[in-house]
Write a protein that binds this ligand. Structure first.
Ligand code: ADP
Ligand code: MG
Length: 397
């Protein structure tokens, strides 16, 4: 299995409206050594699903999370390694996959994040439901800030006091690049960073810019060696995790949703939230020449469209067409990840077959880390869709 692509399954708990349904999926550890901790029996590496077949179908993945696994447990188990790799300069992507209602948005974002969540670095029970993206943003800014403080620690204290830093966090109009132009330290190294956001929605094969105030701006994808760029897409600089969430929430409200028979809020589009990180290290050599090292990386959080098949939603006409288009993106994504995961470098990877995979090209494969989180409902009523979801995720391994 290719080490840069991880596949996790998350089975959500039963929801109140599912009272009385039977569970059709069990999470377990296929071997005693593969369990990260024997005390948390709900984190394993295998699932068994019952659908028609009495024996059940068993699949193994990198990690499987049962209904009692909290957001913070999932985050620490599979997302923190991606964030660390991003801080080292690699790109990372999380892909939330599954049928509508399976928990993709809950896992990625959770309910509206309260500003209190960003005030400290510790896990507190009242913020249990916060999803992986706000958690990653909080840790990202914390880590960058720490790096900045430790690198620049010997700078002139008058140049930036504690209260200046607070001011800067609150005043969003200031440039998020924190400069310390007048100061030097022992080893003459200074560190600055800048974080920017992009938020695109793919509706069928149409790209929408959720952070743009203009409705006429067209976005085109330009491919370059091993990467791609969304030309014309708005990039919003943000100077704190909270400011980033405010910005993304504004974008979220612009998302297209279409009513289907399954879920009135069903999302028929892919949401790609991209956190762009730039780390700048300046050092002065003995000859007085300044050396500048700029490290850029991206962390994509993708909330994919529901993977349910059109017939389940009684879709006709326009809706049905949407269903087919959306499935194309998911189909190509499956092919791309499966080709990358095969570990065969000579294998053709069909990035170009959909806009979704063209956009993600620079973050999939290579040294970049990808995490697919296949989300599933535990209810026997959804067994068929859940089985399809697990089969798809199984191909990605
Ligand atoms: P999707 O985005 O896949 O359509 P949602 O994330 O909106 O699904 O989840 C559907 C419902 O289930 C929401 O009400 C959400 O709060 C709830 N839910 C999903 N996953 C969990 C979970 N792990 N714990 C508690 N509630 C969950
Ligand atoms: Mg959703």
């Amino acid at each position: 299995m290719a080490t840069n692509i991880q596949v996790a399954v998350r089975v959500r708990p039963f929801l109140p409206f599912e009272a009385g349904s039977k569970s059709c999926i069990d999470v377990f550890s296929s071997s005693p050594t593969s369990s990260s901790s024997s005390s948390s029996s709900h984190i394993g590496n295998a699932v068994k699903i019952h659908h028609h077949n009495k024996e059940g179908h068993t699949f193994t993945f990198d990690k499987c999370f049962g209904g009692s696994v909290s957001q913070v447990e999932l985050y620490e188990s599979v997302v923190v390694p991606l964030l660390n790799s991003c801080l080292e300069g690699y790109n990372a992507t999380t892909l939330a996959y599954g049928q509508t209602g399976a928990g993709k948005t809950y896992t990625t974002l959770g309910p509206a994040t309260s500003p209190d969540f960003f005030k400290n670095q510790k896990h507190t029970p009242e913020h249990d439901a916060v999803g992986i993206l706000p958690r990653a943003l909080r840790d990202l800014f914390h880590d960058l800030e720490q790096k900045r403080n430790s690198t620049n620690s010997n700078s002139n204290p008058a140049s930036e006091t504690e209260s200046d830093i607070l001011d800067e966090t609150i005043n969003i109009s200031k440039s998020p690049i924190r400069q310390q132009s007048s100061s030097t330290n022992n080893n003459n190294t200074r560190f600055e960073y800048q974080v920017k956001l992009q938020f695109l929605e793919l509706y069928g094969e149409e790209i929408r810019d959720l952070l743009s105030t203009s409705t006429t701006q067209k976005i085109v994808i330009r491919d370059s060696a091993g990467d791609s760029e969304a030309i014309g897409a708005t990039e919003v600089p943000v100077s704190s995790a909270q400011e980033a969430m405010v910005c993304l929430t504004r974008g979220m409200l612009r998302r297209v949703t279409g009513a289907t028979a399954m879920n009135a809020e069903s999302s028929r589009s892919h949401a790609i939230m991209c956190v762009m990180i730039e780390q700048i290290t300046r050092s002065e050599g003995e000859d007085g020449e300044e050396a500048v090292v700029v490290q850029r990386s991206k962390f994509n959080f993708v909330d994919l469209a529901g993977c349910e098949r059109a017939k389940r939603t009684h879709a006709k006409g326009q809706r049905l067409k949407e269903g087919i288009n959306i499935n194309k993106g998911l189909l190509v994504l499956g092919n791309v990840i499966s080709a990358l995961g095969s570990g065969d470098k000579s294998k053709f990877v069909p990035f170009r077959d959909s806009k979704l995979t063209r956009l993600l090209r620079g973050s999939l494969g290579g040294n970049h880390k990808t995490l697919m989180i296949a989300c599933a409902s535990p209810s026997h009523k959804n067994a068929e869709e859940s089985l399809n979801c697990l089969r798809y995720a199984n191909r990605a391994k």
